[in-house]
Design a protein around this ligand. Sequence first.
Ligand SMILES: [Zn+2]
Length: 204
Amino acid sequence: MFVDIHTHIDNQSVIRIVDNNFEEKILKTEGIHPWEVSVCDNEVPRLRLEMTAAIGEVGLDKVHKETFGKQIKVFEEMIRLSESYRKPMIVHCVRAYSEIIEIRKKTRATMPWVIHGFNSSVETMRQLLKHDMYISLGEILYRNENQAVEILKNIPIERLFLETDVSGRDIKDVYEKAAALSGWDFDFLCKKIFENYGRLETTH
Ligand SMILES: [Zn+2]
């Protein structure tokens, strides 16, 4: 059983679950991406949240500095929805980890947040874990192996997810790569991540 906690199918951000017979289940997520905050001129468009598995992808991206103020406003609105609909969030974060932590503290959010495409230091990861967040790894496993090994050595497996995002990779390859780099047994890794997903799902 493989959980791909964050990928895109037909322009839709989704969670994809593939079982051992290669049957798949696609769960939609809905949210305003930090690159798309300009669509929210005066108000945030209505989202169809009743049927979604999670709110995502949402978050903060400092490469897009010109909209950063607006990104914060929209992100806070997404948090409000996440808390009131009791849905976990899939969070995109580029160079804004400290802001994400500050906002989680400030809003006293209690729903689980998965920081997808994590690509930072072990120290940053520890800060995120301290505030009850989950970490999802994808391209870092291929592009920055040394850093990925350090992260895998230090992360409690209960807080780990894996993803393909826009890479086009097979999720099974991503699990094999993470198992090879971490030393965890492949089946153990699959089982643990599926349990982590079960914990996310029962929040709502
Ligand atoms: Zn994505």
